[in-house]
Design a protein around this ligand. Structure first.
Ligand SMILES: N[C@@H](CCC(=O)N[C@@H](CS)C(=O)NCC(=O)O)C(=O)O
Length: 422
């Protein structure tokens, strides 16, 4: 008889047990027709887990909740299971990495992700703190993995299973390549693990998030406050099984009513004679004589009191060894700058005819500083060194012109590509 696991079929916490079962040779099956927010709120389910969360495993000796405990139970069904280590110290290190994965990595990924997708109140400072804590944990993990293929010993253990499932949520929903490239040993580890057959069978093919999801307004925590709808009445939920995509309401429970959006401080600056949209139109519509028309037009329009110009220089150019990865990284950056569309124009040049490619850019921002909300919300900003352009310096002015017009050669080198943010 299979052990029945209650969860949707995309739940990364359930994957911990399913992968463990593959390694252990235990028959675990997902319950049929599980519907998130409905099945797990019935009185029968609440008897198994009084807080109505999944996964829950039914065993001949009674139910178990908490995904790490369930995975441990399944691993212990096999005597001397190598997943649990073969010495006291290995077992302790397995427990250490399981806790680290749950408390330092998963928690901070969720603190970053959940408010963004609207299941908790979004607070920029809280997000900043979550990202800082996550980076601290990932840096330690990256260092460990620099000289270790697996977390403990020389083969897969339960710690790798739990860590990989937690990273799966991160990599597929919020940790884009430009974020993870700071942690190359974790990248190597993660892609190796998810391609091991016992993992791949359960996880399927993982596609890394292309960008950080934009902030959505907070969603109503309907599941915790409304009684469960009888099954027949429940709307068909395509998304129902996607707890991985939408970690549910536990963190949204404390949600406050959405506050009116504060005005962006840049809207309170004295008006500028430069109309950003006019410049963007001129840039887009100039097809010939670019220097004479668009560049001249730019300098005629430019208002050094209302706007500032900035050069940026990617700090990790030596990592730009694959052209399409470099292009995607820059593309992701421009997508994430979407929030700045009303206040910025940018050019990003990908320079060189062979790797490593250099990434350099020019940005026009409203105001005299790089707007704080961009620094806060677009983490790519810290991957670049920023230098304010001195327009009284003719050489710098000429560099600005060349960057706007994709001048080639640029500083003596060919351009692989040039991308514009407008
Ligand atoms: N610490 C728990 C977390 C479980 C959890 O947060 N489950 C989510 C889905 S991934 C859930 O059931 N949410 C429904 C709810 O909060 O009512 C575990 O590892 O099992």
């Amino acid at each position: 008889m299979p052990l029945v696991l209650h969860a949707g079929n995309t739940n990364k916490n359930a994957f911990k047990t399913l992968i463990t079962a593959e390694y252990t040779g235990v028959n675990v099956e997902l319950v049929k027709n599980f519907e998130m927010g409905v099945t797990n709120k019935t009185p029968e389910f609440l008897k198994m887990n009084p807080i109505g969360k999944v996964p829950v495993l039914e065993t001949p000796d009674g139910p178990i909740f908490e995904s790490n405990a369930i995975a441990r139970y399944v691993a212990r069904l096999k005597a001397d299971n190598p997943l649990l280590g073969s010495s006291l110290i290995d077992s302790a290190h397995i427990e250490q990495w399981i806790d680290f994965s749950s408390l330092e990595i998963d928690t901070n990924i969720l603190r970053w992700f959940i408010p963004r997708v609207g299941f908790a109140v979004y607070l920029p400072q809280a997000e900043e703190a979550a990202i800082a804590s996550l980076k601290r944990a990932l840096a330690a993990l990256n260092t460990h993995l620099a000289s270790n293929t697996y977390l403990v010993g020389h083969s897969v253990t339960l710690a790798d299973i739990i860590m990989t499932c937690n990273l799966t949520l991160g990599f597929s929903r919020i940790l884009s390549k430009s974020f993870t490239s700071e942690f190359p040993h974790i990248e190597r580890y993660f892609w190796t693990m998810v391609n091991i057959p016992n993992f791949r069978k359960i996880l399927g093919e993982i596609k890394q998030a292309e960008s950080v999801p934009p902030v959505q307004s907070a969603k109503k925590p309907t599941q915790s406050k409304e009684p469960a709808k009888p099954k027949a009445q429940a709307e068909p939920k395509k998304e129902a099984a996607k707890e991985t995509a939408k970690p549910k309401v536990e963190d949204a429970g404390e949600e406050e009513a959405p506050k009116p959006k504060p005005k962006n401080p840049l809207d309170l600056l004295p008006p500028s004679k430069m109309i950003l949209d006019e410049w963007k139109r001129l840039y887009s519509n100039t097809k010939t004589n670019f220097r004479e028309v668009a560049i001249k037009g730019f300098w005629d329009m430019y208002d050094p009191e209302g706007y500032s110009l900035w050069f940026c220089d990617y700090k990790y150019n030596d990592e730009n060894t694959v052209s399409f990865v470099t292009l995607n990284k820059v593309g992701g950056f421009l997508q994430r700058m979407d929030l700045a569309r009303k206040y910025a124009f940018g050019k990003m040049l990908i320079i060189g005819s062979e790797p490593p490619f250099k990434v350099k850019g020019l940005w026009l921002f409203r105001g005299q500083e790089i707007p704080q909300f961009i620094m806060d919300e677009c983490y790519d900003m810290e991957l670049y060194d920023w230098k304010k352009v001195d327009i009284n310096d003719e050489a710098q002015k000429e560099r600005v012109s060349q960057m706007i017009e994709d001048h080639e050669p640029f500083e003596g080198e060919a351009l692989l590509d040039a991308k514009c943010f407008k």
